[in-house]
Write a protein that binds this ligand. Structure first.
Ligand code: ARG
Length: 494
């Protein structure tokens, strides 16, 4: 790999004059062999850009990821131009064929990207000129790079919404399978990371299904709002050519053309929404990742993570580290960093387009890559992980986790006011602590010392299995309730 251009070294050595005239990684050495002005917009310029200018200006190193979208947009535009008799049918055909040739060059890796041509839009158009000659110059009629880039970027982000929605669906399915297998398995439910009340493994898994489902709906929602076509907004004011923006919008799968050309080229709220949905989703992932780190520790032993998603230590042979979980936990940092980064880029920008907005793409690309990877890793980990039922059960019963059940029984069966029941239960907990046992292990005699109205029925309500089975309120932890939710989600996702 050439450190200048990130392309294959072979081509770089063979053709050192091809966009490798800037050495951003070499510190102070900037060599420019580019003295001619830009072929695409250089009409009024006497000389080429300074090498540093070229380096700060070029976006090709990253926006080449939108090549497929750029070609799709150009084909839609050229087709429409011919339909509207703005260019001839034969020019439009030549443009389309040329663009398809470029697409195959890009796909088979032979396309040569040039930094001197700044971005993906001009790289493709310049190559089109090489392939088809004069008609290439007619493609940009009634269009500007401003609406072109907004269109490409929207198409790219829309595709990513679809991919993430799919990734989230896979993750939800993995969680539902875990929930199903462990619908009856009890585990401690925590507040403040202190044992609070027993819950079921299935209930805990399904909690994340709800969160990831909302994430999914956020991406779906953002996708609906972003689905307006900027193409044909031109530089900012629209165009005098009789273009048909409805036609290109439809060809590209947009629901409509955007209704204001200034807005179309100048807002990036679709990218911000994508980053915001990504940040919330990454936050959810990080919480689960943190639980997996805790649960897989020797102190908890709640789960065994598979070797496929763990690593060893180079010095401590006994160790198995939950690296994938830790990295998922960390990804939220860069994803939310991207959101904040782009918010700061967009803040205070006057209408319409400003070059600042070229800084939008790397944030979205990086966040999207990170989220996709985190989703895939989490799905793999969830599918593989094994709950340690014995440890979960033991932990579920620890820390007087059924104290609330005891208080509830005093209220329900003995008709005590809840506050009094709360007080008596506190005294029973103190008694169990004194005896070094759990609540269900106290003898009836011991209980009656605290309150003589307590009878043997109480033992039917202590114990974690009784506790979880009793929580039949809608959305509660009872296995029966959890199974209802599992069935509901399976139906939705099928
Ligand atoms: N590479 C540019 C970007 O990403 C394309 C738009 C350039 N428009 C312009 N008027 N210079 O924003």
């Amino acid at each position: 790999i050439c450190t200048y251009c990130q392309q294959g070294i072979k081509r770089c050595a063979e053709n050192s004059n091809f966009g490798h005239n800037v050495a951003p990684l070499s510190g102070t050495v900037y060599m420019s062999d580019n003295n001619s002005s830009n072929a695409m917009w250089g009409g009024r310029f006497a000389s080429g850009p300074d090498a540093i200018m070229e380096s700060i200006n070029a976006s090709i190193d990253f926006d080449k990821r939108m090549a497929v979208q750029d070609i799709a947009g150009s084909i839609a535009h050229a087709t429409m131009l011919a339909k509207q008799n703005i260019i001839t049918a034969s020019d439009s055909e030549a443009i389309k064929e040329g663009l398809l040739t470029i697409l195959s060059e890009i796909e088979n890796g032979t396309f040569e990207y040039s930094k001197a041509l700044e971005d993906i839009h001009m790289n493709i158009e310049s190559r089109l000129k090489e392939i088809i000659g004069e008609p290439a110059g007619r493609l940009h009629t009634g269009r500007s790079r401003n609406d072109q880039v907004a269109t490409d970027f929207k198409l790219w982000t829309r595709d990513q919404c679809d991919a993430i929605i799919e990734g989230l669906t896979e993750l939800m399915k993995a969680l539902i399978d875990q929930a199903d297998a462990g619908a009856d398995t009890v585990m401690p439910g925590f507040t403040h990371l202190q044992v609070a009340q027993p819950v079921t493994w299935g209930h805990h898994m399904m909690a994340y299904v709800e969160m990831f489902a909302r994430d999914r709906s956020r991406f779906l929602d953002a996708r609906t709002r972003m689905n307006e076509s900027p193409l044909g907004a031109a530089a900012l004011a629209g165009t005098g050519f009789p273009i048909d923006r409805h036609d290109t919008a439809q060809a590209l799968g947009f629901s409509a053309p955007s209704a204001n050309s200034l807005d179309a080229v100048s807002d990036r709220d679709f990218a911000l929404e994508f980053l915001s949905a990504s940040s919330i989703c990454a936050t959810h992932l990080s919480r689960f990742a943190e639980e997996l780190v805790i649960w897989s520790s020797a102190q908890f032993k709640f789960v065994t993570l598979s070797d496929r998603f763990s690593t060893g230590s180079s010095i401590m042979p006994q160790k198995k580290n939950p690296d994938a979980a830790e990295l998922i936990r960390a990804k939220v940092g860069r994803i939310t960093g991207s959101l904040v980064g782009l918010l700061m880029v967009m803040k205070g920008l006057p209408l319409a387009y400003s070059k600042d907005m070229q800084e939008d793409k790397e944030q979205v690309f990086d966040a999207s890559d990170s989220l996709m990877l985190a989703l895939a890793a989490m799905t793999g980990m969830i599918s593989d992980m094994e709950p340690n039922v014995a440890s979960l059960e033991t932990a579920a019963a620890s820390g007087f986790s059924t104290a609330t059940d005891l208080a509830d029984w005093l209220v329900r069966d003995l008709g005590m006011p809840f506050r009094e029941a709360h007080h008596i239960t506190g005294a029973l907990v103190a008694k169990a602590e004194e005896k070094g046992c759990d609540l269900p292990d106290l003898s009836l005699a011991d209980m009656q010392i605290v309150n003589e109205r307590i009878n043997a029925d109480v033992f039917n309500f202590l114990g974690v299995q009784n506790s979880v089975a009793s929580r039949q309120s809608y959305g509660g932890t009872a296995p029966k309730q959890v199974r209802k939710q599992i069935a509901r989600w399976r139906k939705i996702l099928s």
